[in-house]
Design a protein around this ligand. Structure first.
Ligand code: WT7
Length: 657
């Protein structure tokens, strides 16, 4: 990493001097100002101890960090608290029982608003129901649900009784579910008959039935089933229980018990491109402190007036931290939407923003690029003037998409915060602050107050400004993973072995001349071309900066002359004709932007790109195509026909220089 080509390209991205200062009014009233960086720098642990006081503790902690056995951290270890109490009850006690917590919007158009008082009642009843089903403190509960209010209620009910949840994304197969149930040794599964997706009911319960036939899942005693779609399904007497039958008859009051700050809160499996999924373990006090603080700071949340919406699925860490625990601990009013952005029409999201007056929107680059592809005229039909802050997460956002997002969704007024973090970090780590930072499209910029990150070379030396390398985190942080469930050694090997005393994130990154951080994708995604390291993200950004390209995915394919050859798959914008001339034009465009070494050897226009269900491009499959190999495992693809389509276009000979 860190070679000439990449630096030239960075200069190119910055060339247009696109900088956006915070709006004056926002800066003047911001929850967090520049002073927070100074304070945290002077006393990092004192800073976090202060943030922990955002929460209501049953026993206030005296200790902040115990790092006596690195990398196994303990935060606020002598404190005790209840997460559900912090997310629900305390707001009701503060007189906010009538404030809407969730505006639920079902895909078919059914709606339901739950106040904090409603949530308190439902969470209490669900907690009693779990106890009746024999769930005890420490028992694991698997949750396999669509995006409906009961999912949030189920997670909070688990937290309330100290039963760590393991949410498995509803799009995963029975096999994936079985592996996760088995690894966590779950005792109860909470599911629903199904949910609505793309205009029709989509079943979930049959996958649970199938998963529970697999060896290793025998410890599951009960399956709690929410009725959502009314679909037919098998019913296992003695094991299956209707949610409405057991939950609705429970007492409406429930006394929350206080748990140790290091009590496990949840396990969440990362998709991982290879091998067995890793069960990332998060605990209670440190996690909630950082999630609550970052949600308050990065979105400048004003709970009495803002309407917040995070479009992620609750099955990913973004949903855990920034749909459930962050916003609710802060007493926010938020939107929960069940379905897809283009059902029944491509303006559905913007219709929802208009309907609820959404003021803070948090979404992913892949969704932004899909909206760009559908056309500017679609969001233009809706009143989006309530929006005041836009967030992005999940992958590097290319500057074109960033600028489009600000202009066409944010009306050229809203700050865009590009937030870098991971399932493992639990919460946001590197991001601008909307009232402080002058933003640069495409860069996550600086570590949050209290967070220490830098970029190092192969030998663990910090690189100077203007150079690239590996992103590392140099100090423990409150919402860090505590281990991989049941596998401390793998925790050490995966994150702490590459660089001594530093957490290796697995991402390539670069510092610009101001020291701001630019994320370059997973290090496995860096290509080696004739001795130069070139990041797939940079070539993709260059391609998408061409007016005819909506989306691009780039891989390095083995090449006898150059070690790897750059191979690009592009989705054209509506109306662009796909011909040899265009391919040449795009190759020339990349060469001009990044230098001749980065010119793709092949460019293939395609209709769709293979993505995981969380929106990450499966470069592994594109590499298989580019190297004319049989495809590897396609089970985590959203739509497996995509690969057939791409392969059918292939035979054309690679273009030569
Ligand atoms: C990986 C973590 C964070 C919640 C959703 C994904 C990539 C994430 C950004 C960003 C550049 C980003 C990284 C990271 N990533 N956000 N703003 N800029 N890259 O969680 O599935 O654990 O993935 O997503 O590569 O390591 P995850």
């Amino acid at each position: 990493m860190g070679d000439v080509v990449s630096n030239e390209s960075l200069a190119n991205l910055l060339r247009e001097e696109r900088r956006f200062a915070p709006p004056a009014e926002l800066a003047a009233n911001a929850n967090v100002t520049a002073e927070a960086y100074e304070r945290a720098k002077a006393d990092r642990l004192g800073f976090w101890a202060e943030q922990a006081r955002r929460l209501t503790w049953a026993t206030e902690p005296n200790e902040t960090l115990d790092w006596s056995n690195p990398p196994f951290a303990k935060w606020f270890a002598d404190g005790k608290l209840n997460v559900a109490y912090n997310c629900v009850d305390r707001h009701v006690e503060n007189g906010l029982g009538d404030r809407v917590a969730l505006h639920f919007e079902g895909e078919p158009g059914d709606t339901r608003s739950l106040t904090y008082a409603d949530l308190q009642r439902e969470v209490s009843q669900a907690a009693h129901a779990l106890t009746e089903l024999g769930v005890q403190t420490g028992d694991r509960v698997a949750i396999y649900m669509p995006m409906i209010p009961e999912t949030v209620v189920a997670m909070l009910a688990c937290a309330r009784i100290g039963a760590p949840h393991s949410v498995v994304f509803g799009g995963f197969s029975a096999d994936a579910l079985a592996t996760r149930i088995k690894d966590a040794d779950a005792r109860v599964v909470i599911t629903s008959d199904g949910g609505y997706r793309r205009g029709k009911p989509s079943a979930l319960k049959p996958a649970v039935d199938e998963a529970l036939t697999r060896p290793g899942t025998e410890d599951v005693r009960s399956v709690l089933v929410v009725r959502r779609t009314g679909q037919d399904m098998e019913w296992h007497e003695g094991r299956d229980v209707w949610w409405h039958e057991i939950v609705d008859r429970q007492p409406e009051q429930h006394t929350p018990e206080a748990f140790d700050a290091e009590h496990p809160l949840f396990i969440l499996y990362t998709s991982g491109t290879t091998g067995k999924p890793k069960g990332i373990l998060h605990t209670t006090g440190g996690y909630l402190t950082q999630i609550s603080y970052t949600h308050h700071a990065v979105f400048d949340l004003k709970p009495e007036s803002d309407v917040y919406w995070c479009t992620a699925d609750v099955g990913w860490v973004t949903g855990h931290s920034y749909i459930v625990y962050g916003p609710l601990s802060n007493g926010a009013t938020e939107v929960l939407y069940e379905g897809t952005p283009d059902t029944p029409h491509q303006g559905r999201w913007w219709e929802i923003v208009q309907k609820y007056g959404v003021s803070i929107l948090y979404t992913a680059p892949t969704a932004i690029r899909a909206c760009m592809k559908w056309g500017d005229d679609i969001p233009a039909k809706f009143d989006l003037s309530s929006l005041r802050i836009l967030g992005s997460v999940g992958e590097p956002i290319n500057p074109e998409a960033w600028v489009w997002y600000r202009k066409h969704i944010g009306g050229d007024r809203t700050p865009v915060v590009d937030t870098w973090w991971q399932t493992e970090t639990g919460g946001m780590m590197i991001t601008p602050l909307p009232g402080v930072t002058t933003t640069k499209p495409g860069s996550a910029q600086i570590p949050l107050p209290g967070i220490s990150a830098t970029v190092v070379d192969d030998e663990a030396n910090e690189v100077p400004n203007g150079a690239g390398g590996y992103l590392v985190l140099t100090e423990p942080w409150p919402s860090m993973l505590r281990t991989i469930w049941g596998d401390d050694q793998r925790y050490l090997d995966t994150y702490w072995a590459r660089f001594e005393n530093r957490y290796f994130a697995g991402d390539g990154a670069k510092k610009d001349d101001d020291g701001d951080i630019w994320l370059l994708g997973r290090v496995d995604d860096v290509m080696l071309v004739s001795g130069h390291n070139i990041s797939t993200t940079e070539v993709e950004s260059a391609l998408v900066s061409h007016p005819k390209v909506a989306e691009a995915a780039v891989v390095g394919a083995t090449d006898p002359q150059t070690t790897q050859a750059i191979c690009a798959f592009v989705i054209l914008r509506g109306g662009a004709a796909e011909d040899e001339g265009l391919v040449e034009e795009l190759r020339a465009h990349v060469a001009k932007q990044l230098g001749p070494i980065a010119k793709p050897k092949r460019i293939l226009p395609v209709a769709e790109l293979p993505k995981t269900r969380s929106g990450k491009i499966m470069r592994r499959l594109l590499r298989d195509v580019a190297e004319n190999r049989a495809l590897g495992d396609v089970t985590t693809l959203t739509d497996s026909s995509v690969m057939e389509l791409i392969q059918s276009k292939l035979p054309s000979a690679p273009s030569e220089d």
